[in-house]
Ligand binder design. Structure first.
Ligand code: AMP
Ligand code: GLY
Length: 422
Protein backbone atom coordinates (compact mmCIF):
# COMPACT_ATOMS: atom_id res chain seq x y z
CA UNK A 1 0.00 0.00 0.00
CA UNK A 2 1.27 3.45 -0.94
CA UNK A 3 -0.05 6.11 1.42
CA UNK A 4 -0.05 9.92 1.32
CA UNK A 5 -0.72 11.74 4.59
CA UNK A 6 -1.83 15.36 4.24
CA UNK A 7 -0.67 17.88 6.85
CA UNK A 8 2.45 18.82 8.75
CA UNK A 9 1.73 18.98 12.46
CA UNK A 10 2.05 16.77 15.50
CA UNK A 11 -1.15 14.91 14.63
CA UNK A 12 0.25 14.02 11.21
CA UNK A 13 3.58 12.94 12.73
CA UNK A 14 1.70 10.57 15.05
CA UNK A 15 -0.38 9.22 12.13
CA UNK A 16 2.75 8.70 10.00
CA UNK A 17 4.58 7.05 12.93
CA UNK A 18 1.71 4.62 13.40
CA UNK A 19 1.21 3.94 9.67
CA UNK A 20 4.96 3.35 9.24
CA UNK A 21 4.69 0.19 11.38
CA UNK A 22 1.91 -1.32 9.26
CA UNK A 23 2.81 -4.59 7.53
CA UNK A 24 0.59 -3.42 4.64
CA UNK A 25 2.70 -0.31 3.95
CA UNK A 26 5.19 -0.14 1.10
CA UNK A 27 5.64 3.62 0.72
CA UNK A 28 4.67 6.63 2.87
CA UNK A 29 4.61 10.26 1.78
CA UNK A 30 3.53 13.30 3.74
CA UNK A 31 2.60 16.70 2.30
CA UNK A 32 4.09 18.97 3.47
CA UNK A 33 5.35 17.14 6.60
CA UNK A 34 8.00 18.45 8.98
CA UNK A 35 11.47 17.51 10.24
CA UNK A 36 10.18 14.73 12.51
CA UNK A 37 7.87 13.30 9.87
CA UNK A 38 10.86 13.17 7.49
CA UNK A 39 12.29 10.40 9.70
CA UNK A 40 9.38 8.05 8.91
CA UNK A 41 8.01 9.33 5.58
CA UNK A 42 9.15 11.12 2.45
CA UNK A 43 8.04 14.74 2.70
CA UNK A 44 6.53 16.33 -0.40
CA UNK A 45 6.52 20.13 -0.74
CA UNK A 46 2.78 20.52 -1.38
CA UNK A 47 0.65 22.64 0.95
CA UNK A 48 -2.08 20.82 2.88
CA UNK A 49 -4.74 23.05 1.27
CA UNK A 50 -3.56 22.72 -2.34
CA UNK A 51 -6.19 20.14 -3.29
CA UNK A 52 -5.46 19.99 -7.05
CA UNK A 53 -1.71 19.45 -6.47
CA UNK A 54 -2.38 16.80 -3.80
CA UNK A 55 -4.70 14.88 -6.13
CA UNK A 56 -2.24 15.17 -9.02
CA UNK A 57 0.57 13.82 -6.83
CA UNK A 58 -1.59 10.94 -5.60
CA UNK A 59 -2.62 10.01 -9.14
CA UNK A 60 0.89 10.29 -10.60
CA UNK A 61 2.31 8.09 -7.84
CA UNK A 62 -0.52 5.52 -7.79
CA UNK A 63 -1.26 6.27 -4.14
CA UNK A 64 -3.62 3.66 -2.64
CA UNK A 65 -4.80 5.81 0.25
CA UNK A 66 -4.82 9.56 0.95
CA UNK A 67 -5.17 10.33 4.67
CA UNK A 68 -6.38 13.84 5.52
CA UNK A 69 -4.96 15.19 8.79
CA UNK A 70 -6.51 18.67 9.15
CA UNK A 71 -10.05 19.82 8.34
CA UNK A 72 -9.18 22.55 5.83
CA UNK A 73 -8.49 20.30 2.81
CA UNK A 74 -11.65 18.33 3.63
CA UNK A 75 -13.88 21.41 3.70
CA UNK A 76 -12.20 22.38 0.40
CA UNK A 77 -13.27 19.07 -1.14
CA UNK A 78 -10.16 16.86 -0.97
CA UNK A 79 -12.22 13.67 -0.49
CA UNK A 80 -14.57 14.62 -3.36
CA UNK A 81 -11.64 15.38 -5.69
CA UNK A 82 -10.00 12.07 -4.77
CA UNK A 83 -13.23 10.18 -5.44
CA UNK A 84 -13.57 11.88 -8.82
CA UNK A 85 -10.01 10.78 -9.67
CA UNK A 86 -10.66 7.20 -8.54
CA UNK A 87 -8.51 7.57 -5.41
CA UNK A 88 -9.30 6.36 -1.89
CA UNK A 89 -9.35 9.10 0.73
CA UNK A 90 -9.73 8.76 4.47
CA UNK A 91 -11.85 11.75 5.46
CA UNK A 92 -15.36 13.03 4.74
CA UNK A 93 -16.72 14.73 1.63
CA UNK A 94 -17.09 18.52 1.75
CA UNK A 95 -20.83 18.04 2.36
CA UNK A 96 -20.16 15.81 5.39
CA UNK A 97 -17.30 18.04 6.61
CA UNK A 98 -19.93 20.74 7.24
CA UNK A 99 -20.35 19.03 10.62
CA UNK A 100 -17.20 20.97 11.52
CA UNK A 101 -17.38 23.77 8.96
CA UNK A 102 -20.72 25.14 10.17
CA UNK A 103 -21.69 25.00 13.82
CA UNK A 104 -25.32 25.79 12.92
CA UNK A 105 -25.40 22.85 10.48
CA UNK A 106 -23.99 20.56 13.19
CA UNK A 107 -26.65 21.71 15.66
CA UNK A 108 -29.43 21.21 13.08
CA UNK A 109 -28.24 17.67 12.38
CA UNK A 110 -28.07 16.98 16.10
CA UNK A 111 -31.57 18.30 16.65
CA UNK A 112 -32.91 16.11 13.82
CA UNK A 113 -31.04 13.12 15.27
CA UNK A 114 -32.18 13.74 18.85
CA UNK A 115 -28.64 14.26 20.15
CA UNK A 116 -28.42 15.81 23.64
CA UNK A 117 -26.88 19.30 23.53
CA UNK A 118 -27.34 22.82 24.88
CA UNK A 119 -30.27 25.10 24.01
CA UNK A 120 -29.13 27.15 21.02
CA UNK A 121 -30.26 29.81 18.55
CA UNK A 122 -28.69 31.09 15.37
CA UNK A 123 -28.69 34.80 14.43
CA UNK A 124 -27.80 36.64 11.22
CA UNK A 125 -28.63 40.03 12.73
CA UNK A 126 -26.41 41.44 15.51
CA UNK A 127 -29.20 43.54 17.05
CA UNK A 128 -31.44 40.48 17.38
CA UNK A 129 -28.53 38.49 18.85
CA UNK A 130 -27.87 41.20 21.46
CA UNK A 131 -31.57 41.34 22.36
CA UNK A 132 -31.56 37.55 22.90
CA UNK A 133 -28.47 37.81 25.12
CA UNK A 134 -30.17 40.47 27.26
CA UNK A 135 -33.30 38.33 27.55
CA UNK A 136 -31.37 35.12 28.43
CA UNK A 137 -28.72 36.65 30.69
CA UNK A 138 -25.23 35.28 31.36
CA UNK A 139 -23.30 33.04 31.33
CA UNK A 140 -23.89 32.41 27.65
CA UNK A 141 -21.72 31.05 24.84
CA UNK A 142 -21.20 33.06 21.64
CA UNK A 143 -19.87 31.20 18.58
CA UNK A 144 -18.99 32.26 15.07
CA UNK A 145 -20.85 29.87 12.77
CA UNK A 146 -17.93 29.12 10.42
CA UNK A 147 -14.33 27.93 10.76
CA UNK A 148 -12.29 30.33 12.90
CA UNK A 149 -9.12 28.37 13.62
CA UNK A 150 -10.51 27.27 16.99
CA UNK A 151 -10.82 30.90 18.14
CA UNK A 152 -14.46 31.57 17.29
CA UNK A 153 -15.96 30.70 20.69
CA UNK A 154 -16.45 33.08 23.64
CA UNK A 155 -17.78 31.69 26.90
CA UNK A 156 -19.18 34.99 28.20
CA UNK A 157 -19.51 35.40 31.97
CA UNK A 158 -21.50 38.65 31.62
CA UNK A 159 -24.07 40.12 29.23
CA UNK A 160 -21.59 42.90 28.36
CA UNK A 161 -18.92 40.35 27.38
CA UNK A 162 -21.41 38.48 25.21
CA UNK A 163 -22.53 41.69 23.49
CA UNK A 164 -18.89 42.63 22.84
CA UNK A 165 -18.28 39.18 21.34
CA UNK A 166 -21.27 39.62 19.02
CA UNK A 167 -19.87 42.99 17.89
CA UNK A 168 -16.41 41.50 17.32
CA UNK A 169 -17.66 38.46 15.41
CA UNK A 170 -20.55 39.95 13.38
CA UNK A 171 -19.68 43.62 12.91
CA UNK A 172 -15.90 43.86 13.22
CA UNK A 173 -15.63 40.45 11.50
CA UNK A 174 -12.53 39.46 13.45
CA UNK A 175 -12.90 35.93 12.01
CA UNK A 176 -13.89 37.13 8.53
CA UNK A 177 -16.79 35.45 6.76
CA UNK A 178 -17.02 32.83 9.54
CA UNK A 179 -18.82 35.52 11.55
CA UNK A 180 -21.69 36.17 9.13
CA UNK A 181 -23.91 34.47 11.68
CA UNK A 182 -23.50 33.53 15.32
CA UNK A 183 -24.85 30.80 17.55
CA UNK A 184 -25.85 31.63 21.09
CA UNK A 185 -25.76 28.59 23.33
CA UNK A 186 -26.67 27.65 26.85
CA UNK A 187 -23.49 27.40 28.92
CA UNK A 188 -22.89 23.77 29.89
CA UNK A 189 -20.99 22.86 33.05
CA UNK A 190 -18.82 19.80 33.63
CA UNK A 191 -15.62 18.03 32.60
CA UNK A 192 -14.74 18.10 28.92
CA UNK A 193 -13.62 15.07 26.95
CA UNK A 194 -12.72 14.44 23.30
CA UNK A 195 -14.01 11.13 21.97
CA UNK A 196 -13.14 9.67 18.58
CA UNK A 197 -15.03 7.19 16.39
CA UNK A 198 -14.08 5.77 13.01
CA UNK A 199 -17.01 5.91 10.58
CA UNK A 200 -17.57 4.24 7.23
CA UNK A 201 -20.77 6.06 6.27
CA UNK A 202 -23.00 3.48 7.92
CA UNK A 203 -21.12 1.89 10.83
CA UNK A 204 -19.04 3.42 13.56
CA UNK A 205 -16.21 1.92 15.56
CA UNK A 206 -15.30 3.56 18.86
CA UNK A 207 -11.65 4.55 19.18
CA UNK A 208 -10.78 6.12 22.52
CA UNK A 209 -11.22 9.32 24.49
CA UNK A 210 -8.69 11.92 25.58
CA UNK A 211 -8.71 15.12 27.53
CA UNK A 212 -7.19 18.22 25.97
CA UNK A 213 -5.79 21.30 27.77
CA UNK A 214 -6.90 24.23 25.63
CA UNK A 215 -5.72 27.16 27.77
CA UNK A 216 -2.14 28.32 27.54
CA UNK A 217 -1.61 28.77 31.29
CA UNK A 218 -1.29 26.39 34.21
CA UNK A 219 -4.52 25.64 36.06
CA UNK A 220 -6.38 26.18 32.77
CA UNK A 221 -5.95 29.95 32.69
CA UNK A 222 -5.18 32.45 29.93
CA UNK A 223 -6.14 32.44 26.26
CA UNK A 224 -7.24 29.40 24.27
CA UNK A 225 -4.73 27.55 22.11
CA UNK A 226 -4.88 24.63 19.70
CA UNK A 227 -4.09 22.43 22.72
CA UNK A 228 -1.16 22.45 25.17
CA UNK A 229 -1.33 18.81 26.17
CA UNK A 230 -3.59 15.80 26.46
CA UNK A 231 -3.94 12.47 28.16
CA UNK A 232 -5.80 9.27 27.47
CA UNK A 233 -7.96 7.72 28.73
CA UNK A 234 -9.71 10.34 30.91
CA UNK A 235 -10.82 8.57 34.13
CA UNK A 236 -14.34 10.05 33.87
CA UNK A 237 -14.85 8.43 30.47
CA UNK A 238 -16.02 4.96 31.46
CA UNK A 239 -16.97 2.14 29.08
CA UNK A 240 -20.62 2.78 29.96
CA UNK A 241 -20.22 6.43 28.95
CA UNK A 242 -18.57 5.40 25.68
CA UNK A 243 -21.51 3.12 24.91
CA UNK A 244 -23.95 5.92 25.73
CA UNK A 245 -22.10 8.36 23.44
CA UNK A 246 -22.07 5.79 20.63
CA UNK A 247 -25.79 5.09 21.05
CA UNK A 248 -27.06 8.63 21.66
CA UNK A 249 -24.68 10.73 19.55
CA UNK A 250 -22.46 8.93 17.04
CA UNK A 251 -24.89 6.39 15.54
CA UNK A 252 -27.89 8.77 15.30
CA UNK A 253 -25.72 11.41 13.60
CA UNK A 254 -24.34 8.86 11.12
CA UNK A 255 -27.89 7.80 10.28
CA UNK A 256 -29.04 11.40 9.90
CA UNK A 257 -26.09 12.30 7.64
CA UNK A 258 -26.76 9.25 5.45
CA UNK A 259 -30.44 10.23 5.28
CA UNK A 260 -29.37 13.68 4.05
CA UNK A 261 -27.29 12.11 1.29
CA UNK A 262 -23.98 13.11 2.93
CA UNK A 263 -22.76 9.90 4.60
CA UNK A 264 -19.89 10.51 6.99
CA UNK A 265 -16.66 8.61 6.37
CA UNK A 266 -13.55 9.34 8.37
CA UNK A 267 -12.96 10.06 12.01
CA UNK A 268 -15.65 11.86 13.96
CA UNK A 269 -14.24 13.95 16.82
CA UNK A 270 -16.98 14.28 19.42
CA UNK A 271 -16.31 17.20 21.78
CA UNK A 272 -18.27 16.46 24.95
CA UNK A 273 -19.25 18.13 28.18
CA UNK A 274 -19.82 15.49 30.84
CA UNK A 275 -22.60 17.23 32.74
CA UNK A 276 -24.50 16.11 35.82
CA UNK A 277 -27.35 15.19 33.43
CA UNK A 278 -25.14 13.06 31.16
CA UNK A 279 -22.92 13.70 28.13
CA UNK A 280 -23.78 16.75 26.00
CA UNK A 281 -22.36 17.53 22.58
CA UNK A 282 -20.23 20.70 22.45
CA UNK A 283 -19.02 20.34 18.89
CA UNK A 284 -17.97 17.97 16.14
CA UNK A 285 -14.71 17.99 14.25
CA UNK A 286 -14.20 15.85 11.18
CA UNK A 287 -10.59 14.84 11.91
CA UNK A 288 -8.38 13.69 14.75
CA UNK A 289 -7.59 16.19 17.48
CA UNK A 290 -4.14 17.65 17.88
CA UNK A 291 -2.64 16.76 20.40
CA UNK A 292 -5.29 14.11 21.22
CA UNK A 293 -4.19 12.03 18.22
CA UNK A 294 -0.68 11.72 19.63
CA UNK A 295 -2.11 10.37 22.91
CA UNK A 296 -4.26 7.85 21.01
CA UNK A 297 -1.67 6.56 18.53
CA UNK A 298 0.83 5.49 21.21
CA UNK A 299 -1.92 3.38 22.83
CA UNK A 300 -3.13 1.69 19.63
CA UNK A 301 -1.90 -1.87 19.22
CA UNK A 302 -3.82 -2.76 16.03
CA UNK A 303 -2.79 -1.78 12.51
CA UNK A 304 -4.00 1.78 11.89
CA UNK A 305 -3.72 1.39 8.13
CA UNK A 306 -6.07 -1.61 8.08
CA UNK A 307 -8.59 0.35 10.16
CA UNK A 308 -8.48 3.42 7.89
CA UNK A 309 -8.93 1.20 4.83
CA UNK A 310 -11.93 -0.50 6.44
CA UNK A 311 -13.46 2.93 7.09
CA UNK A 312 -12.94 3.92 3.44
CA UNK A 313 -14.32 0.65 2.11
CA UNK A 314 -17.46 0.46 4.27
CA UNK A 315 -16.14 -2.53 6.22
CA UNK A 316 -16.15 -1.33 9.80
CA UNK A 317 -19.08 -3.52 10.85
CA UNK A 318 -16.79 -6.54 11.31
CA UNK A 319 -13.75 -4.64 12.45
CA UNK A 320 -12.16 -4.74 15.87
CA UNK A 321 -9.31 -2.73 17.38
CA UNK A 322 -6.94 -3.56 20.21
CA UNK A 323 -5.46 -1.03 22.59
CA UNK A 324 -2.48 -1.30 24.90
CA UNK A 325 -3.59 -1.35 28.54
CA UNK A 326 -1.55 1.81 29.08
CA UNK A 327 -2.07 5.47 29.90
CA UNK A 328 -0.59 8.15 27.70
CA UNK A 329 0.16 11.82 28.13
CA UNK A 330 1.38 14.51 25.73
CA UNK A 331 3.12 17.72 26.76
CA UNK A 332 3.16 20.34 24.00
CA UNK A 333 6.27 22.52 23.80
CA UNK A 334 5.49 25.84 22.14
CA UNK A 335 7.46 28.91 21.12
CA UNK A 336 7.46 31.64 23.80
CA UNK A 337 4.66 34.08 22.98
CA UNK A 338 2.25 31.47 21.58
CA UNK A 339 -0.75 31.75 21.06
CA UNK A 340 0.22 35.39 20.42
CA UNK A 341 3.19 36.49 18.30
CA UNK A 342 6.32 34.33 18.54
CA UNK A 343 9.75 34.14 16.91
CA UNK A 344 10.73 31.43 14.43
CA UNK A 345 14.12 29.91 13.73
CA UNK A 346 15.45 29.11 17.22
CA UNK A 347 17.49 25.94 17.57
CA UNK A 348 16.28 22.88 19.50
CA UNK A 349 18.78 20.44 21.02
CA UNK A 350 18.60 17.30 23.12
CA UNK A 351 15.88 15.35 21.32
CA UNK A 352 18.11 12.25 21.23
CA UNK A 353 18.36 12.30 25.01
CA UNK A 354 14.61 12.89 25.33
CA UNK A 355 13.81 9.92 23.09
CA UNK A 356 15.90 7.65 25.33
CA UNK A 357 13.48 8.04 28.25
CA UNK A 358 11.57 4.70 28.30
CA UNK A 359 8.08 4.92 26.81
CA UNK A 360 8.67 8.31 25.14
CA UNK A 361 7.96 9.42 21.57
CA UNK A 362 8.67 13.02 20.58
CA UNK A 363 6.27 14.07 17.83
CA UNK A 364 7.18 17.18 15.85
CA UNK A 365 4.71 19.91 14.94
CA UNK A 366 6.44 23.10 13.78
CA UNK A 367 10.01 22.00 13.02
CA UNK A 368 12.41 22.07 10.09
CA UNK A 369 16.06 21.23 9.42
CA UNK A 370 18.47 24.08 8.79
CA UNK A 371 21.02 23.53 6.01
CA UNK A 372 23.65 22.60 8.59
CA UNK A 373 21.32 19.88 9.91
CA UNK A 374 20.26 21.72 13.09
CA UNK A 375 16.64 21.33 14.17
CA UNK A 376 14.79 24.65 14.29
CA UNK A 377 11.37 25.79 15.46
CA UNK A 378 9.08 27.04 12.69
CA UNK A 379 5.67 27.22 14.35
CA UNK A 380 3.74 28.08 17.51
CA UNK A 381 3.25 24.53 18.74
CA UNK A 382 6.59 22.87 18.04
CA UNK A 383 6.89 19.48 19.80
CA UNK A 384 4.51 16.99 21.40
CA UNK A 385 6.47 15.06 23.99
CA UNK A 386 4.40 11.89 24.40
CA UNK A 387 4.82 9.09 26.91
CA UNK A 388 3.04 5.91 27.93
CA UNK A 389 3.01 4.32 31.35
CA UNK A 390 1.20 1.72 33.41
CA UNK A 391 -0.47 4.62 35.23
CA UNK A 392 -1.18 8.21 34.22
CA UNK A 393 1.34 9.35 36.84
CA UNK A 394 4.05 7.18 35.26
CA UNK A 395 3.22 8.53 31.82
CA UNK A 396 3.36 12.09 33.14
CA UNK A 397 6.69 11.56 34.90
CA UNK A 398 8.23 10.06 31.75
CA UNK A 399 6.92 12.87 29.55
CA UNK A 400 8.35 15.57 31.84
CA UNK A 401 11.67 13.70 32.18
CA UNK A 402 11.90 13.89 28.38
CA UNK A 403 10.85 17.56 28.36
CA UNK A 404 13.66 18.30 30.84
CA UNK A 405 16.18 16.61 28.52
CA UNK A 406 15.28 19.02 25.71
CA UNK A 407 17.44 22.10 25.41
CA UNK A 408 15.31 24.85 23.88
CA UNK A 409 15.45 28.14 25.81
CA UNK A 410 13.01 29.84 23.40
CA UNK A 411 10.27 27.31 24.15
CA UNK A 412 7.87 26.71 27.03
CA UNK A 413 5.32 24.16 28.16
CA UNK A 414 2.67 23.77 30.84
CA UNK A 415 4.02 21.81 33.82
CA UNK A 416 0.59 20.60 34.94
CA UNK A 417 -0.71 18.44 32.08
CA UNK A 418 -3.00 15.79 33.55
CA UNK A 419 -3.68 17.76 36.74
CA UNK A 420 -7.46 17.25 36.72
CA UNK A 421 -7.04 13.48 36.68
CA UNK A 422 -4.03 13.38 39.03
P1 AMP B 1 -15.44 24.67 20.44
O1 AMP B 1 -14.50 25.39 19.51
O2 AMP B 1 -16.86 24.63 19.96
O3 AMP B 1 -14.89 23.37 20.93
O4 AMP B 1 -15.47 25.55 21.76
C1 AMP B 1 -14.29 25.87 22.41
C2 AMP B 1 -14.50 25.70 23.89
O5 AMP B 1 -15.58 26.52 24.34
C3 AMP B 1 -14.91 24.29 24.30
O6 AMP B 1 -13.83 23.43 24.44
C4 AMP B 1 -15.62 24.55 25.60
O7 AMP B 1 -14.68 24.72 26.64
C5 AMP B 1 -16.28 25.88 25.36
N1 AMP B 1 -17.70 25.71 24.97
C6 AMP B 1 -18.19 25.61 23.71
N2 AMP B 1 -19.54 25.47 23.72
C7 AMP B 1 -19.91 25.49 25.02
C8 AMP B 1 -21.16 25.41 25.71
N3 AMP B 1 -22.32 25.33 25.05
N4 AMP B 1 -21.14 25.46 27.06
C9 AMP B 1 -19.98 25.59 27.75
N5 AMP B 1 -18.77 25.68 27.17
C10 AMP B 1 -18.72 25.64 25.82
N1 GLY C 1 -7.10 19.81 20.38
C1 GLY C 1 -8.33 20.28 19.83
C2 GLY C 1 -8.47 20.13 18.39
O1 GLY C 1 -7.72 19.44 17.73
O2 GLY C 1 -9.41 20.72 17.86
Amino acid sequence: MKVLVVGGGGREHALCWSLASSPLLTKLWCAPGNAGIAEVAECVPIGAEDVPALVRFARDNAVDLVVAGPEAPLTLGLADACAAAGLRCFGPSAAAARLEGSKAFAREVCEAAGVPGPRWRRFDDPAAARAYVRAQGAPIVVKADGLAAGKGVVVAATVEEAEAAITDIMERRVHGAAGASVLLEECLVGEEASFFALCDGTHALPLAAAQDHKRVGEGDTGPNTGGMGAYSPPPAFTDALRDEVMARIVRPVLAEMARRGAPFRGVLFVGLMLTADGPRLIEFNVRFGDPECQALMVRLRSDLLAALLAACDGELADFDLRWEPLHSLVVVMAAKGYPGAYAKGSEIRGLDRAAQVPGVQVFHAGTARREDGALIATGGRVLGVTATGATLREARDAAYAAVDAIDWPEGFCRRDIGWRAL
